[in-house]
Design a protein around this ligand. Structure first.
Ligand SMILES: [Zn+2]
Length: 209
């Protein structure tokens, strides 16, 4: 069992937004099942960060921008960029956080992917930009300032933004635990090599005392 330490532990809720829920632009199967348990869990942490995928129209990750189909891959700034349906467009309902997330429990809402030419799966570092570098979002520094040492990760989608965020958190020096039962994957068959390589632990939220 793991006991939640309200000083040193934080909860990271990744992209729990309407467009990733059933009926949204990029729905993740069964994702509505994790909203209520995550909302309950959030009440137990003193530091809760929710990320929000938040793209301008014509974003570099949109297939429509390239006149291609979703899931095709193009090269952006020297990196492979998978293309998606238009999703989480800033200011739309699809970009809004899932109803049911307790606003009062959220310490910070971190918007990512806000630059038109750069995608960002990770809460900690943007994708590679035109300058060839991955810019920090400042989240690691904020968590350290608050005394956080360990991060519990949940949300959507496990094989993309959760994986990237957990890997970067581990590389930034945090102990990281992905709560598998509170994540859903776009492709549940995807392996998660970045998690394995970064030494990220995975467990069910039932380990939380
Ligand atoms: Zn996105």
């Amino acid at each position: 069992m793991e006991t939640i330490d309200r000083t040193r532990d934080a909860l990271l809720i990744v992209d729990l937004q309407h467009d990733f829920l059933p009926g949204g632009a990029l729905p993740v199967e069964d994702s509505d099942a994790i909203v209520a348990p995550i909302a309950q869990l959030a009440e137990r942490f003193a530091t809760v960060v929710a990320t929000q995928d938040f793209h301008p129209p014509g974003h570099v990750s949109f297939a429509s921008r390239w006149d291609k189909r979703p899931l095709e891959v193009v090269e952006v700034n020297g990196e492979q960029q998978r293309l998606w349906p238009d999703h989480c467009v800033a200011g739309t309902r699809g970009a809004a956080l899932a109803c049911g997330l307790p606003d009062g429990a959220l310490t910070l809402i971190l918007r990512k992917g806000t630059r038109r030419e750069v995608d960002s799966y990770s809460a900690f570092r943007e994708g590679v930009g035109p300058d060839g570098a991955r810019a920090s979002t400042g989240l690691a520094e904020l968590l350290r300032e608050r005394g956080v040492e360990r991060l519990f990760c949940c949300g959507l989608a496990l094989d993309y933004c959760v994986q990237a965020s957990a890997r970067d958190a581990a590389q930034a020096g945090f102990r990281v635990l992905v709560l598998d039962d509170l994540c859903r994957a776009i492709d549940p068959g995807n392996r998660l090599p970045a998690l394995e390589a970064a030494g990220v632990r995975r467990a069910s939220s039932t380990v939380l005392a």
